[in-house]
Design a protein around this ligand. Structure first.
Ligand code: SF4
Length: 324
């Protein structure tokens, strides 16, 4: 049985979890193609107009899997951290309904609910539903999910050993080519949701552009979980969304640490949670006099526009550093 996984949104954070889970159930995992103009066009065609670009892209990736998978994974991801009052962006939660309503002729969607705050009894009920859909026993689903969670925590530990965003990118995208980079004079924290930072089509190759300009890049995925949790205590209140908390805490970690020359916040045009995330980063950076910019992405974002802004920012930082 083939399970299709769209190469966006949770793919960039949880692929090892999904893969281990389905493989433990004896299924084959098929991932959609890398994001391309064709995938984006399909996403724009099927998604609602005012959706952010990651949601549009998700539709395009689902379309890409339409003829290649027996089921497509569109989970209702509520909580994977156990943190109270924290969930994922509301658009993640309603994604299965959105996709189903806008795209006819799809294979069945695996829209199971994952909430690690729930009691075991409630979780088992959801496993029974998955088991019935996939034709396996409930106990096998339970075992597979526990194995997948432990695989995910091992993967997260491996990710922390990486010193360069390019290596993280390699792990997140399963591109294992070795990355040998010369020492770089500027260090920037590039913060944003993993599906924006690590999809080089949607961000117009931001990571490699910065690299060519002689910039070492650090991302929130490279900060140990405990350090992120410590930074959370610096804020009067948590945000409600897992990925947003990771971005804010990651940015604060790099701002406090003092090891970066500047911060780039990569956001999606029209992103509700980022209205708060962006402001918090801006205020924290201002307090510590760390230069920062925000790059906003949508389906009309042009490569030249992003390049001009990055070049201007990097030039100013180099000038500033040379003057010190
Ligand atoms: S967090 Fe923002 S960018 Fe991500 S899916 Fe939600 S609205 Fe879109």
């Amino acid at each position: 049985m083939k399970i299709g996984i769209p190469r966006t949104l949770t793919y960039y954070a949880y692929l090892p979890l999904w893969k281990a889970f389905f493989e433990a159930l004896g299924c084959e995992v098929v991932v959609s193609d890398k994001t391309s103009k064709g995938i984006l066009d399909k996403g724009v065609e099927y998604a609602v107009n005012d959706a952010c670009i990651p949601i549009k892209l998700f539709h395009g990736h689902v379309y890409n899997l339409k003829e290649r998978a027996d089921f497509i994974l569109v989970p209702r991801l509520l909580n994977l951290t156990g943190e109270k009052a924290v969930t994922y962006c509301p658009k993640f939660l309603g994604l299965a309904d959105m996709v189903r309503a806008s795209m006819p002729g799809l294979p069945p969607l695996l829209d199971f609910r994952i909430d690690l705050r729930e009691k075991r009894k409630e979780r088992l009920r959801e496993y029974q539903r998955i088991a019935a859909l996939l034709g396996v026993s409930t106990s096998r689903v339970d075992r597979a999910f526990r194995r997948a969670l432990s695989k995910m925590s091992r993967y997260r530990r491996d990710l922390l050993g990486k010193e360069r965003a390019e290596e993280v990118l390699g792990m997140l995208t399963e591109d294992t080519r070795a990355v040998n980079l010369p020492p770089q004079p500027l260090t920037l924290a590039v913060v944003g949701y993993p599906y924006l930072l690590y999809d080089s089509f949607v961000n117009t190759g931001l990571v490699s552009k910065l690299h060519k300009m002689g910039v070492r890049i650090l991302t929130p995925e490279m900060v140990p979980e405990r350090a992120l949790e410590r930074k959370a205590k610096r804020l009067p209140k948590n945000l409600f969304w897992t990925f947003s908390n990771q971005v804010v805490r990651g940015a604060i970690y790099y701002i406090d640490d003092g090891g970066v020359d500047g911060i780039i916040h990569v956001t999606a045009f029209g992103c509700g949670p980022d209205a708060m995330v962006g402001k918090l980063i801006e205020l924290e950076a201002k307090q510590k006099a760390v230069p920062n910019i925000c790059i906003s992405l949508d389906e009309h974002t042009g490569e030249a526009g992003v390049l001009t802004r990055l070049e201007a920012f990097v030039d100013i930082l180099k000038y500033r550093r040379d003057k010190q």
